[in-house]
Design a protein around this ligand. Sequence first.
Ligand code: SAH
Length: 351
Amino acid sequence: MEEKKDIKSMTLEEISADFRELGLPRFRAGQVFRWLSRGAEGFSQMSDLSKELREQLSEHYAVRGVEIVRKQVSQIDGTIKYLFRLFDGEHVEAVLMRYHYGISICISTQVGCKMNCSFCATGKSGFSRNLSAGEILSQVQSGSIDIGERVSHIVLMGMGEPLDNYENVLRFLELATCKEGMNLSMRAISLSTCGLADRIYDLADRKLQLTLSVSLHAPNDEIRSRTMPVNRKWPIGELLKACRYYARTTGRRISFEYAMIAGVNDSDGCARELAQRLKGILAHVNLIPVNDVTGTGYKKSGIRRQRRFVEVLQEHGVTATVRRTLGADIEASCGQLRRKHEGGTGHEGCA
Ligand code: SAH
């Protein structure tokens, strides 16, 4: 039997074209697309379609979303961490946070990751596969259905490297912002990358109003190559060239993530070097005290070191803030739940 098509990853135009071939009227495509955009888990829920049509569609298409298998709610700030199961038994995580401007969800783009940053829990469990656009989208819908509220902001900063799953991530962006569908604003979506420079150029040329975050975490190649293997392929000079191009082409400010690791990248000298490197780029630095990950031996920088680092950056004309930690009591950082669930050691994580 021919494999069923993944209809959740299809655009309205693609569904319409398919349905035309099946001899179905155009409005049917709109109906089905709206159901999918609202998070329907299967055709059986699409109550305004006849039983025959639902059966016909389920012969051709699969609705592949995500299923909540575990949920932790922070007693401190209400942050929710989800563990989702995918159709093939794989797991990914997402974290939903409440801010004054709305509800934001941090979602995964891959099961595991190939990038192997030395401080990150996700890379330690290896890489299984890319998520489909529908699976990425479904994390947002599941969170929203679970809390009964609209999610206004999306952060592609969970498990995986979004630009290593470029096609599906772009498709996800198209689906998430589709007027007839979820209708999210591109400005309310952030994509975080460890720095695949070639893809940053590609993304820039699309001229999306997306917010780009770059995980820099070091001011020079010596430190960065030690902590982030991707730097051996795309050194800082190349990466920042791509960032300059991105900022120039899109007019959008880039946010640089910088996890402060005691004694590794948090000296005054590092701050000065960082400021030097970022000169002339429309940028903001987000400092994050590194999260403990078992086996790395890294410790977060103390509060005084964090403040001093911000001061030095500001003295050199770079704006920076220390990111507030949410969900501290539920280890609201990626990589931990999946590892625990699949037999890892547990206490580890990222931002
Ligand atoms: N692959 C993408 C997005 C996923 S990682 C990227 O690299 O940007 C999300 C963010 O968490 C990245 O900035 C990553 O560097 C950071 N991170 C990973 N482990 C961390 C840790 N232990 N402490 C603080 N930040 C961490």
